[in-house]
Write a protein that binds this ligand. Structure first.
Ligand code: SF4
Length: 326
């Protein structure tokens, strides 16, 4: 099948939780109701809490069906994820129902903030797995960490998650992102543990910032804090390692377009870029990456001693405090 440029769909990319995940982004870049300090996409440009259409739902679906056909046998999940918060798209329910006709499992990665709304719970009820995040149960810490829209209160969000659990028949895999000195204390973890008993997710993942965060001072917790989180949260599944696996670039006949497409959504290490491109293209090495950096196609960011590459538009709204070069 002839390749074409896609606007809404990318991958499949390796996901720590979902295997080979075909990503669907139904939201304009950095449109979210949070502006998390650890976000990989930079500060939120459009902080909204209102559900909108944004794009033609038929156009999004057409790309999904095209990509499924192109990557048959290579997809474990179709994942609605977004360069922002996917539940802000008011056609999400329709998209999930239509996408389910491919007979592939559907996952939605969400910050879970809108689960207090009945229409959002109804939309997500058609997914197979919903992966909400909850980093703190304290209003103060929630504000520091997630920097939410002013209409959002953590108590209401937690109530929404509990309500969703009551009605949702699929799996809930809840993720907690721990940031050093912000939400890794005993008090914070005990609060989370208490609320987890009410939400009753099927799985709990602890994650830490391993790729460049929005705020350069954000750091992963110490080993000791991770151990403490295990002890307090009990039956958690740690996923603190870097992703393993292959990024899908099938359908691209040009390595520059392929890498731009993935790095726009996913900061990649140099070894990941070389490994990915080598499968389909010749002559890809460190020199090739440096050339893209020089031409302004990729931007290098060094985070905790590792170089990552992103496309420039991802971080154009934030102050660059990382070591970076264009
Ligand atoms: S991490 Fe997710 S919820 Fe937080 S600002 Fe980024 S897109 Fe929004």
């Amino acid at each position: 099948m002839k390749s074409r440029e896609l606007k809404f769909v990318y991958g499949p990319v390796p996901s720590r939780r979902l295997g080979r995940s075909l990503g669907v982004n139904p939201i304009p870049l950095k449109t979210c109701n949070y502006s998390c300090i650890y976000c990989q996409l930079g500060r939120t440009q459009h902080l909204i809490n209102e559900r909108k259409e944004f794009f033609s739902k038929e156009d999004i679906l057409e790309e999904i069906l095209y990509s499924v056909e192109l990557n048959r046998g290579k997809i474990d999940f179709i994942t609605f994820v977004g360069e922002g918060e996917p539940t802000l798209n008011k056609n999400l329910g329709w998209l999930i129902v239509e996408t389910k006709k491919t007979e592939l499992p559907i996952a939605v990665i969400t910050n879970g903030a809108l689960l207090y709304r009945e229409d959002v719970r109804e939309d997500l009820s058609k997914a197979d797995v919903v992966l909400p995040s909850l980093d703190s149960v304290s209003e103060n810490t929630f504000k520091i960490l997630n920097r939410p829209h002013k209409d959002l209160k953590i108590e209401k969000i937690i109530e929404g998650m509990v309500e969703f659990r009551r009605s949702f028949e699929g799996q809930i895999w809840l993720e907690i992102i721990l940031v050093k000195g912000i939400n890794d204390s005993e008090k914070e973890l005990e609060g989370l543990s208490r609320v987890l008993r009410e939400i009753k997710p099927d799985r709990v993942y602890i994650n830490v910032p391993i790729r460049p965060p929005t705020e350069p001072w954000v750091e992963p917790p110490d080993e000791e804090a991770i151990v403490r989180a295990h002890a307090i949260l009990g039956d958690v599944i740690p996923i603190v390692n870097q992703e393993m696996g292959e990024f899908g670039i099938e359908g691209f006949d040009n390595p520059v377009e392929a890498i731009k497409f993935i790095c726009r959504r996913h900061p990649m290490r140099e070894d990941e870029i070389i490994e990915t491109l080598k499968r389909n293209f010749d002559g890809v090495d460190s020199g090739f990456i440096m050339k893209l950096v020089k031409e302004g196609i990729l931007r290098k960011i060094t985070y905790r001693g590792t170089n990552f590459y992103i496309t420039p538009e991802v971080r154009m709204v934030r102050k660059q405090n990382f070591t970076n070069s264009n």
